[in-house]
Design a protein around this ligand. Structure first.
Ligand SMILES: [Fe+2]
Ligand SMILES: [Fe+2]
Length: 322
């Protein structure tokens, strides 16, 4: 019996066989992945900006080295992901253009400012922690290049989360002023981190299709709950508090209940009206414009090398040399 391309495609997914770039795929699958992977790549790259703010102000050489390594990792994540998206038929220039024109989004969390050193710890522990929750299931996503990129990304993310927790751990055992800084950073990052999982399930219309295609393995609310359960326990070790009076262990569900998320704030930030949206986009555009000479020089160098290599390989040249 003949089955359609679409049915063959779904069968592969059901059997956990990865979809590779040259395989047939529905256009909607391709577009969904281009959007998701490129937005993920943009998030890694824009995510360097809030932390970059503290590289020159890190309190010790050790902290500076850790932060530099982490920020470099994020640049690397961006590069793996841009490469994965390119295998779906979009160019890197197009993706940059979408970011710079504001048509492509990146994670709303990076539109918040880093006001004190403890923010660097809170970003590692909470922001990278939320990213890991989202990203570990992506190691099993149905599109091969994305899944393989995520394996390495997740290993590095777990280092990011540990260094963030350790940074806050030290502050939480420090002076009164350091403890206050630590609590202040947690207070400001907690709610925006819960928003990182995206809208509630009943307002997330593509979830069912994406789960059927195994682009998504868990719903937004399920991942958010896992994150709350994890952090509500870890924070006890720091002796700090989460800024949510409704946070409470629920025996019946065996999960933590938590308070209402301010979705108005979320949509405001997504629509470009967060505290740092304009600054972040301007920094990216500026980096692109100022890097034009580097790209031109690299292209000219590559072309020159190409000419050299092809003339070296010319049979006449080889004969002449012998
Ligand atoms: Fe990352
Ligand atoms: Fe990270």
């Amino acid at each position: 019996m003949q089955i359609s391309l679409e049915e063959q495609f779904q069968q592969k997914i059901d059997q956990e066989i990865k979809i590779e770039p040259k395989d047939w795929m529905p256009e909607k699958y391709r577009h969904t992945l281009i959007r998701q992977i490129s937005q993920h790549a943009h998030s890694e790259v824009v995510g360097m900006l809030p932390e970059g703010n503290w590289i020159t102000r890190a309190p010790s050489l050790k902290r500076k080295a850790i932060l530099l390594a982490k920020v470099q990792d994020e640049a690397g994540h961006g590069l793996y992901l841009y490469s994965a998206a390119e295998t779906l038929g979009i160019s890197r220039d197009e993706m940059y253009e979408q970011l710079h024109s504001g048509r492509a989004k990146y994670s709303s969390i990076f539109n918040y400012p880093t006001l004190n050193w403890a923010d660097i710890g809170a970003i590692g522990w909470l922001v990278d922690g939320a990213a890991i929750m989202n990203q570990v299931p992506l190691c099993r996503t149905s599109f091969g290049p994305y899944a393989r990129a995520m394996v390495r990304v997740c290993k590095e993310e777990s280092f990011h989360q540990r260094q963030g927790f350790e940074c806050l751990w030290v502050l939480s055992k420090g002076t009164e002023e350091q403890k206050k800084m630590c609590q202040d950073a947690i207070n400001r990052w907690w709610w925006p981190c819960l928003m990182m999982f995206g809208p509630k399930d009943d307002e997330s219309p593509n979830t069912m299709q994406n789960m059927q295609w195994k682009i998504k393995r868990f719903t937004n609310d399920a991942l958010r709950q896992k994150f709350v359960d994890m952090i509500a326990e870890q924070i006890k070790l720091l002796g700090m508090k989460l800024p949510d009076p409704d946070l409470k262990w629920n025996e019946a569900t065996a999960h933590y209940d938590y308070g209402k998320i301010n979705w108005d704030e979320f949509w405001q930030v997504v629509q470009g009206n967060g505290p740092c949206n304009k600054e972040r986009l301007a920094a990216r555009k500026n980096a692109w414009d100022e890097g034009a000479w580097v790209r031109e020089a690299a292209t000219a160098h590559a072309e020159k090398n190409q000419i050299k290599i092809s003339s070296m390989l010319h049979p006449n040249d080889i004969n002449l040399g012998s």
